[in-house]
Write a protein that binds this ligand. Structure first.
Ligand SMILES: [Zn+2]
Length: 296
């Protein structure tokens, strides 16, 4: 017995060593091979943007562009207007969640008159926001585009948990105009395709309740000549894209994307693809607060 054991032990040690040595390689390969799983929610409980409107069962403009970006990058994407999917059980199936949403998503909407009546698609449960934030804190990636900050507003000065998470709250906008995108951190993994000084027509949101001390600003919008044309934009360049870490997860907001032709732009599509990869945990987070250094 003693002799047998002494022969087996070195073999076991050798085997354990081989497994340990092989483990990092195996983990790396499986990480690279697993596609990023993305859930795209475009429910409107308030104003419904044309870019995410589905007509006669056809995918929306943004559905189509995101499907194209996903195909190019090897992501698996699920596009939905069912906010009920934002729950702990469903979120466990995804690496990244994208919101292009408006209003209080716990409201179905869809009845009554006017621009802000909502689309009537299934609402989020009362636990949806807390499930979403817990999922991000445990390592999930959240990306908000354009009206994602026009979602879950607070009453008066209240900052809702969702607004606290995304880092800012939409207040108003003026007429559309070609804004100048100023890159705040050209070295950030999400900014490698975005040209500093890119001039592009869009609807430019303005914000309140911005979590200045918690955000890493990625890009500002410089109104340029528009300062002299519209009073609401007679202001210094201000942040329109930012990111942060939240627990083990990552959050990024990009205010652009009202217009269909923004989504069609090659540079925007590259930015979107890089954003999703970053939100999925690829590359450095590089999300240390930098407001004081980059915002005039
Ligand atoms: Zn808009």
């Amino acid at each position: 017995m003693i002799h047998a054991q002494s022969r087996i032990r070195p073999l076991l040690l050798a085997l354990a060593f081989l497994l340990l040595a092989a483990t990092p390689t195996l983990a790396f390969e499986s990480e690279a091979d697993d596609p990023v799983r993305v859930l795209f929610l475009s429910k409107s409980s308030g104003f419904q943007h044309s870019a995410i409107k589905r007509t006669d069962g056809h995918p929306s403009h943004v559905d189509t562009v995101l499907a194209q970006v996903a195909a190019e990058r090897g992501f698996e994407i699920t596009s939905t207007k069912d906010a009920g999917l934002i729950n702990a059980t469903q979120l466990a199936n995804f690496d990244v969640v994208i919101f292009y949403t408006t209003g209080d998503l716990t409201q179905r909407g869809g009845t009554g008159e006017g621009f802000f009546r909502g689309d009537g698609n299934p609402p989020m449960s009362a636990d949806g926001v807390s499930d979403l934030i817990a999922w991000i804190e445990a390592g999930g990636g959240f990306v908000g585009f354009h009206p994602a900050t026009d979602t879950f507003h607070g009453e008066a000065d209240e900052i809702t948990p969702y607004i606290g998470m995304i880092g800012g709250e939409f207040t108003h906008h003026g007429a559309q105009f070609p804004g100048i995108v100023r890159v705040a951190n050209a070295h950030h993994p999400t900014m490698k395709s975005v040209e500093d000084g890119w001039k592009i027509m869009d609807e430019w949101y303005l914000f309140k309740n911005v979590a200045e001390g918690k955000l890493h600003v990625l890009a500002l919008m410089d109104p340029g000549e528009e300062q002299a044309k519209q009073e609401v934009y007679d202001i210094a360049p201000y942040p329109i894209a930012w990111c942060r870490e939240l627990g083990a997860g990552r959050v990024l907001y990009n205010a652009m994307g009202h217009r269909e032709d923004v989504w069609d732009h090659e540079m925007f599509q590259a930015w979107v693809g890089d954003t999703i990869e970053w939100a999925a945990g690829q590359g450095e987070a590089a999300a240390a607060p930098n407001w004081g250094d980059v915002v005039p």
